[in-house]
Design a protein around this ligand. Structure first.
Ligand code: HEC
Length: 121
């Protein structure tokens, strides 16, 4: 262990970042996405809050679309617009507007929640 540390410190001295710790998620992005148990309150709402509320909360309902609150979100699940927009499917506006698409894992989690019935959980 001590020997490893010393080697590592030496390595840092020569190449910065040599002690880089392999993050599993970065190495295996698709394998590491756990979609089981994706709930509205635990997963979906926080993503929407972080990525969509600035344009779609009750106060900033861009395009007359509010994604604040379960009942409102459910409407766009039922219409297919929620998944269509975040997956950039043909025929839908791409969301979040003018920003990078949500990371794959978050799209998969939202999709899993929808497939489980989009419950208020
Ligand atoms: C920068 C502001 C902005 C952000 C951020 C944003 N939207 Fe939008 N969104 C809009 C505007 C404006 C419209 C209406 C005009 C249009 O469709 O482009 C819209 C339309 C939509 C629609 C209807 C699209 C359709 O084709 O029927 C959905 C669904 C939607 N947004 C969901 C989301 C979701 C989910 C997020 C977050 C992942 C998000 N939006 C982030 C501005 C935004």
């Amino acid at each position: 262990m001590k020997k490893y540390l010393i080697t590592c410190i030496l390595a840092i001295a020569t190449t910065l970042g040599a002690c880089y710790y392999d993050v599993e998620e970065e190495l295996y992005p698709s394998l590491d996405c756990t979609t089981a148990g994706a709930t509205y309150s635990g997963v979906v709402e926080p993503i929407l809050k972080a990525k969509c509320y600035k344009c779609h909360d009750a106060a900033n309902n861009n395009g007359n679309i509010t994604l604040e609150g379960y009942a409102n979100v459910k409407k766009y699940v039922t219409s297919g617009q929620l998944l269509g927009s975040i997956k950039h499917s043909a025929g839908f506006s791409q969301m979040p507007k003018n920003e990078a698409q949500l990371i794959d894992c978050n799209i998969q989690k939202i999709e899993a929640w929808v497939n489980e019935g989009a419950l208020q959980n």
